[in-house]
Design a protein around this ligand. Structure first.
Ligand SMILES: [Zn+2]
Length: 254
């Protein structure tokens, strides 16, 4: 696959990087990435994934824009309050780069519909705000054999982890959190607060890790870092990395 001249110009600063090159940019153009949640993590992640020329973006969010979102959800403005985040995100992509394919899915992801949304894609980036959705997404990723980047943020802390539970030796997200959260909705932003720039750091770091995963088969930025959870501390500031083990008794992938 060769990129046409206008695309070579657009992505010239990527292509000159030996870690990406023409082959890497072509791989990004062929990739299909599902974003679960177009909020504080999904908005900046989408901006950098679209900027990177990810060819197909599936944009999943059943929520509408609220005035309290605007402090961190960077693709929306005051005039968008009350409108569908998934549909606004698709419009944002079309205006940013008309050659990218952006598909809005303005429904809530459940254990019933998750596999249908995820199957056949390259990668899922989950930046949603509740554990019920996160676990449904994780189980669907294992079933559909699609890798998962899971990103979360609260106050001044962020977490970004890469999971490939469909592989025999690699953990899934459920290996990390267990089944304890199955029934709880743990959105704490409303009660605890979150610094907007902290959500931006987690979201753009997730976009970086997404590109790492997508380019891993080519060598790219190194290995995919399955089972590595990066913990971002905005107050210190610091970044530390934990390794998650596969749980042989996991309900998702064991
Ligand atoms: Zn597991």
């Amino acid at each position: 696959m060769t990129l046409p001249p206008d695309r070579l110009d657009r992505f010239a600063r990527h292509i000159v990087l030996p870690e990406i090159g023409g082959a890497g940019q072509a791989a990004l153009a062929k990739a299909k990435v599902v974003l679960i949640g177009l909020g504080g993590i999904g908005s900046p992640a989408l901006q950098y994934l679209a900027g990177a020329g990810i060819g197909t973006l599936v944009l999943v969010d059943d929520d509408t824009v609220d005035a309290t979102n605007l402090q961190r959800q960077t693709i929306y403005g005051g005039g968008n309050v009350g409108s569908s985040k998934a549909e606004l995100a698709a419009v944002w992509v079309h205006e940013f780069d008309e050659l990218l394919d952006a598909r809005a899915v303005a429904t809530r992801i459940t254990s019933e519909n998750a596999v249908g949304v995820i199957a056949g894609t390259s990668l899922v980036l989950d930046g949603c705000d509740n554990f019920v959705t996160r676990l449904a997404v994780s189980d669907a990723c294992v079933a559909a054999r699609v890798p998962l980047l899971s990103a979360a943020v609260g106050r001044f802390q962020g977490q970004v982890g890469a999971f490939a539970g469909h592989l025999p030796d690699q953990p899934c997200y459920r290996c990390f959190v267990g089944a304890a959260f199955d029934a709880d909705d743990c959105d704490t932003c409303a009660e605890d607060g979150v610094l907007g720039a902290m959500a931006g750091w987690a979201g753009t770091f997730a976009a970086l890790q997404a590109i790492r995963v997508l380019l891993a088969p080519l060598g790219g930025l190194g290995d995919a870092q399955w089972g590595k959870l990066h913990v971002l501390d905005g107050l210190a500031p610091s970044l530390r990395t934990m390794t998650i083990a596969k749980d042989p008794a996991c309900n998702g992938c064991g």
